[in-house]
Structure formats: C-alpha cells, structure tokens
Ligand binder design. Structure first.
Ligand code: B12
Ligand code: SF4
Length: 471
C-alpha cells in the first residue's frame, strides 16, 4: 500500500509540517512494509507529485488557512480515498465536504493506525467499520456521521520521535538565525494542549484544556537526534507553555549538559506573567537566545477581554525589562481590531510597542485579529454574519493587505478614516523593526543576505515588499 501525506501550507517555508511527520513515523513503525511519503508544497508541485507517486490513500493536513486549497485539490483527485485532518476540520466538523472520504478529529496517531488496519483488511473503508472507530467524520446517504472525540494519549512519550528523514532536506539548510548568527534552525514540539482559554485561540478546544508534556528524557533524545543527525543548532519550540517553571528548566539544563548538548541555542515562547529573575537565569544557562511572548495589547481593558483577566500589563512590562536586562532577544506579538477596542486602545498598543523598542525589544510583530473556528471570537463573527461554516477560507489568511484595512471584527462604530490613519502609523513603526534586522544582517552577514536574495528570491521579495514597505 502507498500512502501520500500532503501539506499545503507555504506561509513560512522554514517550518516543517511536524503533524504529518508524527503520523508517518508511527505508521512506519507499526507497518514497516508500507510505502509512504510526505508531499510538501514548500518544495514540490503537489498535484504533479501525487500523479507521479500514484498513492492508494491520501492524507491532507489543514489549518483553516489551508482548507480552501485542500478542497480544491481533493476535487481534482478521482478514485483515491482522501483523509482530511488537522485543526480546521476538528474545530469545525460541519465544514466537511464530500470530496473527502474521512475527516479525522483531533490527535491523529492512533486513529490513523485503526484506519490503515481497516484498509489493509478490506482494501477500502467500509462505513460499518468506520462507525466502530472513535474520532471520525464521514458522509452516509448525505448525512454527516461524527463518531465523537477520542480520548487523548495519556503518556505523550509513547509516540515515537518524529522521523525527520521523511521531510525535505531543505528544512536543514543554514540560514541567518534570529540572533544574527548563522546556523540550522528547526521546530520541536514539547507539549500538547493549554489550560488557558484566550478568546482568539482554539488550542484548548483542539487538544483539550489540559497540557501534556514530553518528559525531559524524551526531549533530550530529540535534541540529540536533531543535532547529531541533522546538524541543528537552534531549536525553536512554538508551544506557549514549554518552560513554565524553574524546576523543569533546571532539569533540562542538567540533562543536556550530561549529554554534551548544552551549546544548542533555543527560541522559546513564555507567558510573560511566569517570567522572573530565577527562571531567566536558568534559561540563560539553557542557552535560550530568544523569548517570544503574546503581549497582544497595550490596553488593560482589551487584554482583560482577550485573555480573560489572566494578564496584567504592568507584569508584561516588568517581564520585558527583565528579559532585556538578561540580554535575551525579545520577540512578541500584538493584535488589533478586537471587539470593544477603540482607536485610543490601539494607540496604547503602539505606545507599548514603542516603549518596548526603546528599551531594546527587537523582534515584535502585529496581527489583525482573525476569527478561527472553535474560538469565542469565531462565534461573534458568525453572529455578525462575517464568517460561516461554508465560506471562502482564503479570506481568513493573515497575509492580505485588504483584510488588514478592513478587519472582520472591527467594531461598526469605529471611524474607518481614523483606523486607516492608525494602521499607517503602525506600519511605519513595524517597518523600523524589519529595517533594523536587515541592517544588522547586512553589517554582520553580507554574504548570507546576498545568498538568500539569490537562492530565495521569493522570500527576499516578501521581506522587502510586504514586511518593509507595508510593515
Ligand atoms: C508551528 C505552527 C505554525 C507554523 C507551521 C505549521 C505547519 N506547517 O505545521 C507556521 C509558522 C507556518 C504557522 C502559521 C500560521 N499559524 Co500556526 N501554528 C503552529 C503551532 C504552534 C504548532 C503546529 C504543530 O506542529 N502542532 C503539533 C502537531 C503534532 O499537531 P497537528 O499539526 O495539529 O497534527 C496532529 C493532528 O492535528 C492530526 N492531524 C493533522 N493533520 C492530519 C492529517 C491526517 C490525514 C490525519 C489522519 C491526522 C492529522 O494528527 C496530528 C498528530 O496528532 C499551532 C498550535 C498547536 N499547538 O498546534 C499553530 C496553529 C496551527 N496556527 C494557527 C494560526 C492561526 C496560524 C496563522 C494563521 C497565523 C499566526 N498568527 O500564527 C499562520 C498561517 C498563515 C497562512 N496564511 O497560512 C492556529 C490555527 C487555527 C486554525 N483554525 O487554523 C493554531 C492552532 C494556533 C492557535 N492556537 O490558534 N503556524
Ligand atoms: S494563546 Fe497561548 S495561552 Fe492563550 S489559549 Fe492559546 S495556547 Fe493557551
């Protein structure tokens, strides 16, 4: 049997589709004689590769911004069962389409193994068999059958380490890293889930309101593989709560030292409230160079709404001061056009960004609040008639200038002229961050800047035109 997994996301070509790697690895382990491959739009023409490979089953992963493309692709493919999984279909099962054979809800590893078992036995997916599997969506006589959510895997460590030999080698090329050095950067997932419920985020719905961590031993082994096999020397962990306390961070420091892996650099996300001097000095020892936080807003009122009162603005400011004091590269994101946010609130955010820049934050970015399924703001946007279970999903991509100028959740009584004036000022400020980074790289790494311009003209074009010209 031949299985093709497909990733359609091309938003940041340096980020490998790790979800598909976990799935492929577990199949390889349980069914070593089956053939599989990951077809990745970051490097390949997906349709062409599917034609050449001619698989028996196709599995597509999609967040909401990819779902439109997933449908378009599935409609072109005849007579091959297509499975669709990922955050979009899990948080909005009603958007399931008949171009897909089966939707997979939530954590996919064991559900997929069950599906492969059925396919191997029957050479197809009989509906009576599908009904016995928890975690699926499929159509029967036009009716959507949902077999419910499957219990989460209790011990995350039982999932094999993602086998990155299955992804394109292009993910392991040297590049200029966030701290201005040159090296190989790669993502690693250290946990699944989040106990918080920010109104714009579906993580707690997707993975449940509970966080499960990989053990320190599991993480160290993955670091070892990344470093020894792929030459990775900068690991980025996108999980919000990877390092929540000093005890855990210390354990990791000790274990990495024991394995001689203490020179690896790290980029991590932290909740600003959890930052204190003790934790930061441990993170220095861990060789963390960049810390990113979701600061979101400079208005306490807006923050209270977005983060349900769990965030204090003064604490965020103190956290930034501490990170700068300890010489971390401070990253962070902010958002605009939140329900109830006035133009005055938006300027408070710009003032906060300026304040952070003045004391040394170097890597800040802004987004327009976008409603994604499974979140509270999705429901608000739905009530306003701005989104629906059957819509043009490309409309929710975050890279459209048009969307930024006409945000979905901007309150109706906001003066658009004032908003556009604000948006322009925001652009000028954000542009200055990008220019500073380019200047730093040109000064310190002119060869690498030139190399990127030649080998990745599209990325360079995007940086110059989208990020610098428009901020
Ligand atoms: C890394 C990451 C990215 C990376 C890479 C994504 C990639 N190629 O995998 C990049 C930087 C590109 C990215 C971009 C964006 N991201 Co992002 N990202 C993440 C993050 C932090 C981790 C993804 C991950 O690796 N998860 C771990 C793996 C194990 O989980 P998984 O991919 O979901 O796969 C599992 C299951 O879903 C299932 N499964 C998935 N696919 C399939 C397919 C089949 C066939 C089967 C059987 C099962 C299955 O099985 C897998 C194993 O259990 C998630 C948050 C999170 N913790 O998940 C957000 C997240 C996916 N991103 C999100 C968003 C909003 C964005 C952006 C729109 C904007 C932004 N500000 O971040 C942009 C996209 C813009 C665009 N125009 O496309 C949202 C998506 C919401 C939604 N409904 O779509 C998330 C959930 C964050 C959040 N909490 O809101 N992102
Ligand atoms: S934004 Fe971060 S802290 Fe908030 S619910 Fe999502 S994952 Fe958790």
């Amino acid at each position: 049997m031949k299985i093709a997994f497909v990733s359609l996301n091309t938003y940041k070509p340096t980020n490998a589709p790790l979800g598909l790697v976990y799935l492929s690895t577990i199949i390889k382990q349980k069914y070593p004689s089956e053939e599989l491959r990951i077809i990745d739009a970051n490097f390949e023409d997906v349709e062409e590769e599917l034609k050449n490979y001619s698989p028996d089953i196709i599995g597509i992963t999609a967040m909401t911004t990819d779902y439109g493309r997933a449908i378009k692709l599935a409609k072109k493919i005849k007579n091959i069962p297509i499975l669709i999984g990922g955050v979009h279909i899990t948080t909005l099962p009603n958007s399931f389409k008949d171009c897909f054979k089966i939707g997979i809800l939530g954590e996919g590893e064991y559900i997929l193994l069950d599906l492969i078992k059925i396919y191997k036995k029957y050479n197809k997916f009989p509906k009576e068999e599908l009904k016995k599997i928890t975690g699926l969506l499929f159509l029967e006589n036009g009716e959507l059958i949902n077999t419910g959510r499957r219990e989460l895997i209790k011990n995350l460590d039982e999932i094999p380490h993602p086998d990155r030999s299955l992804i394109n080698k292009g993910y392991f090329k040297k590049e200029i890293l966030e701290d201005g050095s040159v090296g190989i950067r790669h993502n690693m997932i250290a946990s699944r889930g989040c106990p918080f419920e920010c109104v714009f985020c579906s993580t707690s719905k997707f993975w449940a309101k509970k966080i499960r961590y990989h053990s320190v031993d599991y993480i160290v082994e993955e670091v070892r593989i990344l470093h020894k096999k792929y030459g990775v020397n900068y690991i980025n962990v996108p999980d919000d709560l990877f390092l929540t306390n000093n005890k855990k961070a210390r354990e990791l420091v000790g274990a990495l030292k024991k394995e001689g892996l203490e020179k690896i650099k790290w980029g991590v996300q932290l909740k600003a409230e959890l930052i204190n001097e003790d934790l930061l000095s441990t993170l220095k020892e861990l060789n963390v160079v960049r810390i990113g936080c979701g600061f979101e807003s400079g208005s306490q009122k807006v923050l209270n709404y977005l983060k349900k009162g769990t965030v204090n603005l003064e604490k965020s400011k103190e956290a930034v001061r501490l990170m700068i004091k300890h010489k971390f590269l401070v990253g962070g994101s902010f958002m605009f056009a939140v329900p109830g946010e006035t133009i005055e609130d938006m300027y408070k955010t710009l003032d906060l960004i300026k304040e952070f820049k003045k004391i040394g934050a170097k890597d800040l970015s802004t987004f327009v609040l976008t409603p994604y399924p499974g979140t509270e703001i999705w429901e608000i946007a739905k009530q306003k008639g701005k989104v629906s279970d059957d819509m043009d999903w490309d409309f929710l991509r975050q890279n459209s200038e048009d969307q930024a100028l006409n945000p979905i959740l901007l309150d109706d009584d906001i003066d658009m002229k004032e908003y556009h004036k604000f948006y322009k000022k925001r652009g000028e400020l954000m542009k200055s961050f990008k220019i500073d980074i380019i200047k730093r790289d040109l000064k310190k790494r002119p060869f690498w800047v030139l190399k990127r311009a030649i080998t990745k003209p599209k990325t360079t074009f995007n940086i110059i035109f989208k990020k610098i010209l428009y901020g």
